[in-house]
Design a protein around this ligand. Sequence first.
Ligand SMILES: Cc1cc2nc3c(=O)[nH]c(=O)nc-3n(C[C@H](O)[C@H](O)[C@H](O)COP(=O)(O)OP(=O)(O)OC[C@H]3O[C@@H](n4cnc5c(N)ncnc54)[C@H](O)[C@@H]3O)c2cc1C
Length: 194
Amino acid sequence: MHVEEVNPDGSVKAASELPFGFSMMLPAFRGIKPLMGIEGLVNPRGFVIVDKHQQNPTFKNVFSVGVCVAIPPMGPTPVACGVPKTGFMIESMVTATALNIGAMLRGRPPKHQGTWNAVCLADFGDSGVAFVAQPQMPPRNVNWASSGKWVHAAKIAFEKYFIRKMRKGESEPFYETAALNMLGISKLKQVVTD
Ligand SMILES: Cc1cc2nc3c(=O)[nH]c(=O)nc-3n(C[C@H](O)[C@H](O)[C@H](O)COP(=O)(O)OP(=O)(O)OC[C@H]3O[C@@H](n4cnc5c(N)ncnc54)[C@H](O)[C@@H]3O)c2cc1C
């Protein structure tokens, strides 16, 4: 694999070749074709524009969650790159969206906001990295990371736990909420209303 490292101005700083047996490269993401170019709904890359309630400002009956949400980059980079979107962050978007749609159906305005916190076990096959970033987009209140073989084991355990709860149709059992609360990790922002 040919790898180029670039300077802040985009010029090549170093080039190297990496031997590999199996390799994965993620191309730049973009939105789906049916949404491309709809004024007020998506940005030029086809990602859906949302406000803090996950609601599109132009089409109020459209909410968006997950990878397809438009999140502006943190700043200029020499090579265009997107903002990472992880599972827990997306669960927080989904929780806020479900509550907001429920509120609207009851004639109330949407007020719930996801924290967009990130809690992640990234498995490398024999080891891995665990991190907590609250919120995922800087400036952060919590920035913690740890690596080792335990992450690989923890990911296997989590996968079994996750699939079991999905099979049971329970997205967030009370003990999961209690454990996350104890760790100070929440899906919803405390919104002060007057
Ligand atoms: C290699 C990799 C590793 C990752 N590791 C982690 C991790 O360890 N921890 C973590 O928290 N996050 C991780 N992530 C990120 C996480 O997987 C994603 O953020 C998450 O899956 C996004 O969820 P989503 O529902 O938004 O989109 P997706 O999970 O991509 O779901 C979108 C679905 O829409 C379907 N779809 C697309 N177009 C159409 C269409 N036109 N009509 C109908 N259906 C359509 C797709 O088939 C897909 O099933 C990883 C991502 C990748 C790529």
